[in-house]
Design a binder for this molecule. Sequence first.
Ligand code: CP3
Length: 341
Amino acid sequence: MNDRFLRACRREPVDATPVWFMRQAGRYMDSYRAIRDRHSLLDICRHPELAAQVTLQPVDAIEVDAAILFSDLLLPLAPMGIAFDFVEGEGPVIEAPIRSVDRIDSLHQFDPREALGHVLDTIRILRTELTDRVPLIGFAGAPFTLASYAIEGGPSTNYARTKSLMYEEPEAWHRLADRLATVTTDYLISQIEAGVQAVQLFDSWVGTLSAADYREFALPHTLKIFASIQHFDVPTLHFGTGTATLLPDMRKAGGDVIGLDWRMPLDEGWAKIGEDRAVQGNLDPTLLLGPEHRMLQAARNVLQRAKGRPGHIFNLGHGILPMTDLTQVQNLARFVHQQTS
Ligand code: CP3
């Protein structure tokens, strides 16, 4: 198997810098849109054969060194009693967002092997189909990011309701975050048992918090998740955006690999995290929309800042944008391999 990605997670030497892309399966690919024309996003997630097929599309089309399970961050909310749907052009919409403390106390715990068994079936199919190719990454959401969807009801710019709950009802906030941490821990363990070879915890929107608020409201819960999965022999990745001031605390919360967005040069971010951890990142996804020479120049800059040190996984600072041209993604992955081998 191509194990560059797993070796880099462990900061072992590699024959070329591993590369994969957040949202590498998705609307920018014709092959994905062909399936989406006939099935909703949730249909794809709930049908293991379809989800496995979509997961493999970028592995076949692009020189990526890892596959990421096709699923969505929000799936565990439904069995907790937080129903949602994806609305075309709007993204996720929570049917009844959390607006009371009573609601928090009535959320369900559940066994992911039952409620999310279809995700675990997808993993089993993929491990069979991926044999001797690339490792499979599983994922789940961190408590802050999951709570923000459950409370705001969808995407947000200022997270005002989420922060208001923290400040006005800190005990209720901690009970909610603790429930979400338990759900995410159980879910990640079930994914590891089903066969994923690495797990990424997405705390995509945590950068809206000050460092002091991160330490008080997010860190203890994220720490609990990483501490509970540490004993599995599976590398862990910890990702967020807008996290320049949070990196030392994210490192404390856990993760063998810390994700970096594009707002800070890779070497500066790595210095804040410490060289005893691996890093993943950090090209601005918007660069893939522009001229190829500018994209490759910026990619070269990322690689120069990594200086060939063990423990760099090349990725974007956030997901591939839907209007991206597939050939740009293909050229970028090839370029990273050529420059580093
Ligand atoms: O290739 C991959 O990266 C795997 C698949 C994946 C999806 N969602 C499929 C998806 C992953 C890893 C996610 C995680 C996810 N979902 C996150 C964390 C990652 C991040 O981007 O920060 C978040 C915040 C979500 C919630 C979510 N799902 C939003 C906000 C949206 C709408 C935004 C958009 O791009 O439309 C989704 C929808 C979603 N999840 C799509 C895909 C491919 C859009 C595609 C569609 O409608 O077909």
